[in-house]
Ligand binder design. Structure first.
Ligand code: PLP
Length: 447
């Protein structure tokens, strides 16, 4: 791109664009990176500089950017049908995708309700659970439980069950009340088993005192992502499943971020061998290319809505772009790629390599809690690890790492002092080595 064209675009960005999850003042003297092309695991800016997309473009990308089969699937579908509404009408991509999702997700999940982003898939699960209890005579079950440190999206319902206070505290007066159960934050020690036992005990106490009021508990399986990339043992999920069954509380598994291979299994719930009552999917559902989400539930829940229209039991919820055929066609192609290109086999291999390579960070005096699961790796950066001193909020360590990363050809977007990778599943071992080596250079510069 010509220099003057680039400057004009950035000037217009400055004048008219308000970016998400961004303190715009951070860009008073710094421009956001103007990306012109994305291919494979790389992003290219307007000057032709290349960056590794280490967070898969907000945890969505699966097979790399510009995958030829995904492009062809969009073109094929576009030639046939762009968008049609999904009430009173149905279509092949929506039907076939629902069938595939039921086949792939844990047993018992048989009904697929589409929407168009991760937050709405969560809203749908919360509302369906609430309405289910209203229609089955348990009208007191109106409240929700969530896990501390959790994040489920930015719409009001999803924020109400969110546990990352500094994102959401300003909205507190607007939210419905929900109860937090302890996070299995294994970083606190003394051991993973002890953390899980303590966290489950906290959940049990809440259920004992208020199961009659609880509609559902929502959890991010295996990784609490936005809350700090907290990777926890499958035993916590198994424990929650048992408690939810025992106390008749729905279990909502929010797989929006972790679904579709990111943790090394197709779904993170597969690590625990559990079936939730609702599973929320988005992001990787379309290989990270088009917006689509699905909330999948059981026939038992579906049946509580199935009645004569006059009984007013309909689930009155739907978005304009629900079940978009282009997105559904892309999702189907992505699932074919998973199978035909043996993507999960590659992930096993690459994930083991990533785990090994991450150990290199343990040599850095400021690095703590190096961890990984599948294609996700993370660690915390301390000011003085030996003395347990963390960076002050005002020091903007995450933003500084982002800026230094760019100089090294890495697009990193830390969560505060938690530096992480959320790699596209197609990342090769050689690319992992390169990403780790470049990150080492960044860390050396941080002093
Ligand atoms: N749930 C989880 C676990 C997420 O990580 C996210 C987004 O990061 C969401 C829900 C919300 O998804 P979206 O940003 O598509 O609304």
């Amino acid at each position: 791109m010509k220099a003057n064209e680039k400057q004009l675009l950035l000037q217009m960005d400055r004048q008219h664009v308000w970016h998400p999850f961004t303190q715009m003042k951070d860009y008073a003297d710094t421009d956001p990176v103007l990306i012109e092309k994305a291919e494979g695991v790389y992003l290219y800016d307007a000057d032709g500089n290349r960056y590794y997309d280490t967070n898969s473009s907000w945890w969505v990308n699966v097979h790399g950017h510009a995958h030829p089969r995904i492009r062809e699937a969009i073109n094929r579908q576009l030639a046939q049908m762009d968008h049609v509404m999904f009430a009173g009408l149905t279509h092949r991509p929506g039907i076939e995708l629902a069938h595939q999702l039921v086949e792939l997700t844990p047993p018992g999940l048989d009904r697929v309700f589409y929407s168009d982003n991760g937050s709405t898939s969560v809203e749908v699960a919360l509302k369906m659970s609430f309405q289910y209890w209203q229609q089955t005579g348990r009208t007191g079950k109106t409240k929700f439980a969530f896990v501390e440190n959790s994040y489920h999206g930015d719409t009001i319902g999803a924020v109400s069950v969110g546990g990352v206070d500094h994102y959401f505290s300003v909205f507190r007066p607007l939210l419905f009340a929900a109860s937090a159960v302890p996070s299995p934050d294994v970083r606190k020690g003394p051991s993973a088993e002890a953390c899980v036992a303590e966290a489950l005990e906290g959940a049990r106490k809440l259920f004992e005192s208020s199961a009659d009021e609880l509609a559902a508990l929502i959890v991010e399986p295996m990784i609490q992502a936005a809350g700090g990339m907290i990777i926890y043992p499958a035993a916590y999920l198994q424990g929650l499943r048992e408690l939810c069954t025992q106390y008749e509380v729905h279990l909502i598994a929010d797989e929006v971020a972790v679904g579709f291979g990111r943790t090394g299994r197709m779904f993170a719930c597969d690590h625990a061998g559990i079936s939730p009552d609702f599973m929320c999917l988005s992001k990787g559902l379309t290989a990270g290319v088009l917006p689509l989400s699905a909330t999948i539930t059981t026939n038992a829940i579906y049946d509580a809505f199935y009645d004569d229209y006059v009984k007013l039991k309909t689930f009155t919820h739907g978005h304009s772009f629900t079940g978009n055929p282009l997105a559904a066609a892309v999702a189907l192609e992505s699932l074919r790629i998973f199978e035909e290109e043996r993507v999960l086999d590659h992930v096993q291999d690459a994930a083991a390599h990533l785990k090994e390579q991450l150990k290199r960070f343990e040599a850095f005096s400021g690095v703590a809690n190096v961890r990984s699961l599948g294609m996700v790796g993370a660690f915390e950066l301390y000011k003085d690890r030996a003395a347990g001193v963390r960076f002050d909020f005002a020091e903007r360590i995450g933003f500084r790492v982002y800026l230094e990363g760019l100089k090294e050809g890495l697009f990193l977007r830390p969560l505060g002092d938690t530096i992480y990778y959320w790699l596209p599943l197609c990342t090769t071992k050689k690319q992992i080595d390169d990403i780790v080596a470049r990150t080492e250079t960044v860390l050396k510069r941080m002093g």
